[in-house]
Design a protein around this ligand. Structure first.
Ligand code: ZN
Length: 139
């Protein structure tokens, strides 16, 4: 089969699951191989999703971009709403975004560092209280 040009209509059909499986697979392979097609898919998706707020539409739209560092931080704090938390989980675990994974690792590291001095400080307070008690009791 000669390489057929992949048109915008082809991509729309692909996105709507309207292609026979072998054709869909060929389109998928072509998209992976050609960054220009990926950009076209992104464009068609964003236009098709316009005004839609279903989880699926949000998923496809946001999948093209990474969550912000602030959102990732909220994700770690477990204060992100369920839809966004599910999105971040999918983005990092299913899509396997290395950029976000690295940001999450960085944020975890910072949180661990921020937690460490707190426990050291608590220990100092306990130690100094013990010192006061020793003074009072004369031991
Ligand atoms: Zn990402």
């Amino acid at each position: 089969m000669p390489d057929q040009p992949i048109t915008r209509a082809t991509i729309e059909s692909y996105l709507h699951d309207a292609l026979p499986p072998e054709k869909a697979a060929a389109v998928e392979k072509a998209i992976r191989d050609r960054p220009a097609l990926m950009a076209l898919v992104a464009q068609v998706r964003s236009e098709t999703d316009h005004g839609e707020h279903s989880i699926g539409a949000v998923w496809w739209r946001e999948r093209l971009s990474c969550p912000t560092r602030e959102q990732l931080s909220m994700y770690l704090e477990e204060i992100l709403d369920d839809d966004h938390a599910a999105y971040v989980t999918g983005h990092v675990k299913l899509v396997g975004c290395h950029v976000c994974q690295a940001t999450l690792d960085d944020l975890r590291h910072l949180r661990a560092e921020a937690a460490a001095p707190r426990s050291a400080r608590r220990k100092r307070i306990v130690d100094s209280s013990a010192g006061i008690l020793r003074d009072v009791t004369g031991r």
